[in-house]
Write a protein that binds this ligand. Structure first.
Ligand code: 7RM
Length: 632
């Protein structure tokens, strides 16, 4: 392995080198992996026509690097340490050798069911070890995984299955999560009934064993397909630029996009960032509380840690079950050294009161991490004081589904931290701030839109089935640069503070939700004429969802109507997209060209009605009074 950065001076040196000689820098990182054939060229890129290739013509398989490579040195070390929803249930562990065997068996089962290199396999599965195992099994044989967070509705699942024409869906029978008993497979059945004709097989893992409807034409039991398979499955030779996975994410317009990541660059970047950000040492126990349904779980529960030969914790439950001490008890029980979670969880647990953190032994902890949304100063200090004993480093990691890995962050315990700052870019990452005209803002103490001006190995390659959309969304606003959609400040020391999205994406409890998506869902209610959705500051969730809705005719029972609208959103997207507030209005503020003035709606939602600015140029200025008066 290449050396991990161990001091701030070294960071500055390595950063400088990564800018002066990016190809040399990344070649050195890549050389530490097992390649079946070395690359011819480190990088070829064109942000104008969007064509990015890393480790050109290199051949490899990411699972050989996650598994085979570790067998000699750490075959008996725990790779996955699973904590069940029920705190009294025993932990399940997989050593690197056991994981290797489980992945190979599953890979053979996928092949036996007709899955070949390039085929897409959809996952709709809770946080059980078999999710990680089957994801790796796909990668082993070159199938493309598309994990859909198991909180999405059947209709959202069906959209994603159809968009990438998945040949197989892998799911669980049921899932116990918190106090809920969730019929997972039934949601898949409902999705398939919505016309997912590409699906030939639904592979069902028996997780709880409760009875369920089984359609022997396409349904197959995991244990019947997997258990008898051989524990050896040769790793498919993949080109560095072959697709590794698709992960759907929300944008400011239209349907969610299938973000595509490829094998070689994603491997190099997730391993490199994992080791340097978290400063993981042999014997450490690393726990990222995300769900594998999101990018954080892909990169920093599965791939990054396993590539680094780490012990990675997988948690099935929720932070508040059986009570709000669950995280803290689990840290103590598993002797967790690295704890990586989201600000929304910290704020929620902070609000429950200190009785839940008190009395727990946090002495195993060395590093804390934060991801998904800006962390406010109060939460940062609480996290450091109550969990980190007043001293542990907090890595506030900024990144996106599209970036594949962490781009701006402290290196834990190595580079300086300031509450609410993501601080410095990783070596190899070249951020910049631009004004609305795309002019780069030089120097410090500036604020603008965050772009990246040079590719890094795990940059998004395309959006599945629509390359043009990818180009438009990320590379056309500021030609020649990758545009993140975030606004940021750079302070007098060159440290970055992420402000938040500057587009119509809202970040609710660390989950990205497109306002257009929620509007489309609301509009499916037969009595809705038009709607406008905005985000507003929310103490726990970071942002809440505020929906303004115009209804047909007279709504006699507004409470009932709101209930129905919420039910429609749950059905179309899932409970995570349910508006926190719904205001029924008779009109929406529009410009003379008919565009909704979202700025006004955002202000009203935030309760800032004194600073609406000039509304006289609106097509319908009279509506502003009504909206202000009726604000929730
Ligand atoms: C990893 C992940 C991406 C969006 C991104 C930001 C926001 C993420 C931070 C953050 C401030 C952070 N991927 N974001 N991390 N904002 N500080 N440390 O969350 O694709 O789901 O979301 O999340 O707005 O653009 S994501």
């Amino acid at each position: 392995m290449t050396k991990v950065i161990k001091s701030f001076d070294e960071y500055k040196e390595v950063y400088q080198r990564s800018v002066e000689d990016p190809e040399g820098f990344w070649a050195e990182q890549a050389e530490t992996f097992t390649w079946q054939k070395k690359w011819d060229k480190v990088v070829e890129w064109d942000f104008h026509n969007l064509d990015v290739k890393w480790f050109v013509n290199g051949k490899m398989n990411i699972t050989e690097n996650c598994l085979d490579r570790h067998l000699a040195d750490r075959g008996d070390q725990t790779a996955i340490l699973w904590e069940a929803n029920d705190p009294k249930a025993p932990n399940k562990t997989y050593t690197y050798r056991q994981l290797y065997e489980a992945v190979n068996r599953t890979a053979n089962a996928l092949k036996a069911n007709g899955i070949q290199k390039g085929d897409r396999v959809c996952f709709y599965m809770p946080m059980v070890p078999e999710l990680a195992i089957a994801v790796l099994a796909c990668a082993r044989i070159g199938a493309v995984h598309s994990v859909v967070f198991a909180g999405f509705s059947a209709s959202a699942l069906a959209d994603r299955i159809k968009d990438s024409e998945c040949k197989m869906v892998i799911c669980s029978d049921f899932n116990d999560r918190g106090a809920k008993h969730i019929p997972v497979k039934a949601v898949v059945d409902e999705a398939i009934a919505l016309g997912c004709d590409s699906v030939k097989t639904v592979l069902v893992h028996q997780s709880t064993g409760d009875p369920l409807a089984f359609n022997s034409a396409i349904d197959k039991w995991w244990h019947e397909e997997v258990d008898h398979q051989s524990a050896e499955c040769p790793a498919e030779q993949m080109d560095a630029e072959d697709m590794l996975f698709i992960l759907y994410t929300s944008g400011s317009t239209g349907k969610p996009k299938g973000v595509v990541h490829t094998c070689g660059g994603y491997m190099v970047y997730t391993a490199y960032s994992f080791k340097n950000v978290f400063q993981y040492d042999d014997g450490d126990i690393y726990w990222c509380t995300a769900d594998i349904g999101w990018i954080t779980g892909h990169s920093y529960i599965v791939y990054g840690p396993l590539l680094a030969g780490a012990t990675t914790v997988m948690f099935e439950g929720v932070p508040t079950y059986p009570d709000a001490a669950r995280f803290w008890q689990t840290i103590e029980k598993l002797k967790v050294t690295h704890f990586y979670t989201a600000p929304t969880a910290i704020r929620a647990l902070m609000a429950m009161g200190d009785q839940y953190t008190e009395g727990h032994d946090f002495s195993s902890l060395k590093v804390l991490g934060s991801v998904g949304e800006p962390i406010n100063e109060e939460a940062w200090h609480w996290y450091q004081d109550k969990i980190g004993g007043g001293k542990l480093p907090i890595a506030d990691t900024w990144w996106q589904t599209e970036t594949g890995g962490i781009l701006i962050t402290p290196l834990a315990g190595v580079t300086p931290t300031i509450p609410s700052y993501a601080t410095f870019p990783m070596p190899g990452v070249q951020p910049c701030l631009v004004d609305t005209n795309g002019v780069e803002l030089e120097g410090d103490n500036v604020e603008g839109m965050l772009c990246i001006k040079y590719p890094w190995p795990s940059i998004i390659r395309t959006t599945y089935g629509d390359h043009e959309r990818c180009k438009q969304t990320y590379f056309s606003t500021f030609p020649g640069k990758y545009f993140t959609g975030d606004g940021a400040r750079r302070d007098h020391d060159g440290m970055y503070r992420i402000i938040g999205r500057v587009d119509d994406v809202i970040n609710v409890s660390g989950h990205r939700i497109g306002t257009a998506e929620v509007e489309n869902a609301i509009n499916q209610h037969p009595q809705v004429v038009e709607s406008a959705v905005v985000g507003y500051p929310h103490d726990i969730k970071g942002q809440g969802i505020y929906a303004y809705v115009i209804a047909t005719g007279v709504i006699s029972d507004e409470q009932q109507f709101i209930k129905e609208v919420l039910a429609v959103v749950t059905k179309v997207i899932g409970p995570i997209a349910k508006p926190d507030k719904i205001q029924v209005v008779t009109g929406l503020p529009k410009t003379r060209s008919g565009k909704i003035m979202r700025r006004i709606l955002r202000k009203v939602a935030a309760g800032e009605t004194d600073s609406l600015g000039d509304t006289s140029t609106l097509l319908n200025p009279e509506i502003v009074e009504e909206i202000k008066t009726g604000a929730k």
